[in-house]
Structure formats: structure tokens, C-alpha cells
Design a protein around this ligand. Structure first.
Ligand code: CU
Length: 161
């Protein structure tokens, strides 16, 4: 029985490591690391998150590995402080269900989720996208004011060709 218990300890350790790695909700970090400078360069797109819209730098993008750079630019009137509605945004990339349109919350599991982007900050992540229709969205709901960013209009269509 000694072998069995050693095996169990090993399994428990592996599980603990897996849980520790999985505890980070930043999906981008689970992307396998590839050596820079090799292979074909994937498409990249900048997506500005603002109150209350999502503005991709392009409405279409080539299929393959797509790099998303999510920005949250300061607004002309001085922006908004921490704790105010719209102080933090998120970029979720998900494939639209067949026949669905943006703004209907009819999208699949997130393929990329860049969360907690404050004014003046930006975050970058990659997703491998097949040709199709995708929805970019911010699903933040500000608790104090009960402001639902998606309902405010924070969604946009992205066509992958
Ligand atoms: Cu938002």
C-alpha cells in the first residue's frame, strides 16, 4: 500500500499546482508561450472601451491568432474617478450564436477576457479565431449604481475573415 499512497501524494501535488495555475482568471496567461519573431505575424486590433461604447480599430480581422489591445482612454471632461460608474471596463471576445446579433447576449464562452481596465490603462491578450461573427463586449455591472455596461451599449461586432 506504500506505493499507492506515494502515488496519491504525487497526484495531490499535481492537482495543487494545477489549481494554483488555474486560480488566475486572466485567460491570456494560459496561452502557450511561443518564441517571438518566428512564424507568421497574426493580426492585431486595438479596441477602445469608453462610456458607453466599444470601438474596435477595424470591423474585420484576419482569422488566426489575433492580438487584442484594449484601451480605456481618458475622456475629455476629465474622466471618472475610482468607484464611479464606468471607471473600470472589460473586453470579452466571444463568438456569436448562429443568426444572433450583437446586443442580445447571445454569444458563446469567452475566448479572451481582459478585465479590470481602469482609465488610462491598457491590456493586451491573444485569441485564436476562426472565420465567423464575434461579439466584443464589456460585462461590468457597477454595483453601487447598478449600471450595466452591456445594456448601456458596450458591445460591438467583429467579423473574422
Ligand atoms: Cu464597461
Amino acid at each position: 500500500m506504500k506505493r499507492g499512497s506515494v502515488g496519491l501524494v504525487g497526484f495531490a501535488l499535481l492537482t495543487a499546482v494545477a489549481v494554483a495555475c488555474g486560480g488566475n482568471d486572466d485567460d491570456a496567461r494560459t496561452t502557450p508561450i511561443t518564441s517571438a519573431g518566428t512564424g507568421p505575424a497574426g493580426a492585431s486590433i486595438t479596441v477602445n472601451l469608453k462610456n458607453w461604447a466599444i470601438e474596435p480599430s477595424s470591423a474585420t480581422v484576419k482569422a488566426g491568432t489575433v492580438t487584442f489591445r484594449a484601451t480605456h482612454e481618458e475622456e475629455g471632461h476629465g474622466g471618472h474617478g475610482a468607484g464611479e460608474a464606468g471607471a473600470t471596463h472589460q473586453l470579452v471576445v466571444a463568438r456569436l450564436q448562429d443568426g444572433a446579433d450583437v446586443g442580445e447576449t447571445k454569444f458563446g464562452a469567452p475566448l479572451l477576457n481582459l478585465a479590470d481596465i481602469k482609465v488610462g490603462e491598457e491590456k493586451t491578450g491573444k485569441a485564436v479565431l476562426e472565420p465567423g461573427r464575434y461579439e466584443l463586449s464589456c460585462l461590468v455591472v457597477d454595483g453601487d449604481d447598478n449600471v450595466n455596461h452591456y445594456e448601456k451599449g458596450m458591445y460591438a461586432l467583429l467579423i473574422v475573415e
